[in-house]
Design a protein around this ligand. Structure first.
Ligand SMILES: [Zn+2]
Length: 438
């Protein structure tokens, strides 16, 4: 396929040249490449995937007539499609699968081929170059290596870049801290809350001369960045916008840092669905670089807007503003991706609890706090309730427990009289995210 051929050609170019092309290629050429890749992927998906063929037929879409996303009218793909029909979306034989970390029953599944993974690694290599990573830099990759995606994909990019790497995975930050001087590490990749924990240790015990910390997969509290850069004596902190469904990095902060995430428009066709008067709406993307499981007009449930102004850094790729939140009730927390259903399961067998509860996510300084607001029955023992909840979390959600036990976040138990949480409201918001509200 032409788009694949073009991707391979782009992958073969040294990262220094690719980086230069991102600011010097005429905009019209970028737009042409994006539009033609889009057309080809729509036709390719129709021809090779059961899911898209059936859906396009239902929506009476003739793929040969599709020129741009709006030609697909109200056809979108959703998280539910990726949960229920991932295998029907496949266009060719996969070599690897990644799952979402959420525990909603069945997880989202994203399949990739070696070619897709190679391409993703080649893109990372360009990103690393843009951030100023050079041969001779030494990296610790502390992204999670479970069935979730960021550890593996980052590792792919690091291998392509031939960078010396400690593939630590999401281990105890203290263990990683001890190894920084052993291996002369100067670049650290990890989730923001994990990076914050590492920085707390450095603040107490002394910082090593890092040059860069890269975070992703969660939001970063705004106050954390200047503090981290100060503790690490001038190291830069940069963030990426990525997810399992993206199958790579959709957006990245450039160096020097500019407002928002530059979208990799060579690999994602980005749209904002149902924008409000400020331009904020749901981020929707179409993958332009994946051959096994293309996602066409995938609704991310993330809320953002496109920054239309050209960026002072000169990069042609447009920017997405910092995410404003989720359009559903999931909370991407330091403990993992959390849903109301998970807490229902945790509380189900705990004696002494009423049915109403609310989890509030807050920041205390830079530390994330998960506040469990619970209503107790008359005579219930607070100690027993707390102990049983902790036991259930440990048994049911070892990932949350792991993050709690290595102090990535704190938990607080607040008890209320029966019937007081709802206080007349018909619907009680189960997961209230107050970390980033102004
Ligand atoms: Zn920029």
């Amino acid at each position: 396929m032409f788009a694949n051929f073009l991707n391979k050609a782009v992958d073969a170019i040294p990262p220094s040249v690719s980086a230069k092309l991102l600011t010097t290629t005429p905009q019209a050429l970028f737009d042409w490449k994006r539009d033609s890749s889009f057309r080809q992927f729509v036709n390719y998906a129709y021809k090779n995937s059961k899911f898209y063929r059936e859906k396009f037929d239902i929506y009476k879409i003739d793929p040969r007539k599709v020129r741009k996303p709006s030609d697909l009218k109200d056809f979108y793909t959703t998280a539910e499609d990726v949960v229920n029909h991932a295998e029907d979306m496949l266009c060719s034989r996969p070599h690897m699968v990644f799952e979402s970390s959420g525990t909603t029953g069945r997880n989202k599944r994203i399949y990739m081929s070696q070619e897709d993974l190679d391409h993703s690694g080649a893109l990372d290599r360009v990103g690393f170059y843009l951030w100023g990573i050079r041969p001779g830099d030494r990296v610790v990759n502390a992204f999670d290596f479970s069935i979730w995606i960021p550890g593996h994909l980052t590792q792919r990019g690091l291998e392509k870049s031939r960078l010396f790497t400690l593939a630590a995975g999401k281990s105890d930050p203290m263990e990683v801290y001890k190894r920084i001087p052993v291996y002369n590490i100067n670049v650290v990749f990890g989730e923001p809350t994990w990076l914050i924990k590492l920085t707390e240790i450095a603040e107490e015990k002394g910082a090593y001369p890092l040059k860069l910390l890269i975070g992703g997969a969660e939001n970063m509290p705004e106050a954390a960045r200047p503090w981290m850069e100060k503790v690490w004596k001038g190291a830069k902190v940069r963030m990426v916008y990525a997810s399992v469904e993206c199958g790579g990095v959709l957006g990245f902060e450039s160096e020097p840092r500019c407002d928002g995430y530059h979208v990799d428009e060579g690999d994602y066709y980005i749209e904002i669905a149902d924008p409000d008067k400020d331009g904020y709406g749901e981020v929707v993307f179409t993958t332009l670089g994946r051959s096994v499981m293309p996602l066409i007009r995938y609704r991310t449930k993330d809320s953002s807007r496109i920054i239309d102004k050209p960026c002072p850094c000169g990069m042609r790729y447009r920017r997405l503003a910092k995410l404003r939140g989720r359009t559903d009730e999931m909370v991407v927390s330091a403990g993992g991706n959390l849903y109301p259903l998970m807490f229902e399961k945790i509380f189900k067998t705990v004696e002494g609890l009423m049915s109403d509860w609310q989890i509030v996510f807050k920041l205390r300084g830079l530390k994330e706090v998960m506040e469990l607001n619970l209503e107790l029955k008359d005579g219930a023992s607070k100690d027993n309730v707390k102990e049983n909840i902790l036991t259930n979390i440990k048994e049911l959600y070892p990932d949350i427990w792991k993050n709690y036990s290595i102090s990535i976040f704190e938990m607080e138990f607040i008890y209320h009289p029966a019937g007081s949480l709802r206080a007349g409201a018909r619907k009680l918001i189960r997961l209230a995210d107050k970390r980033y509200t102004d």
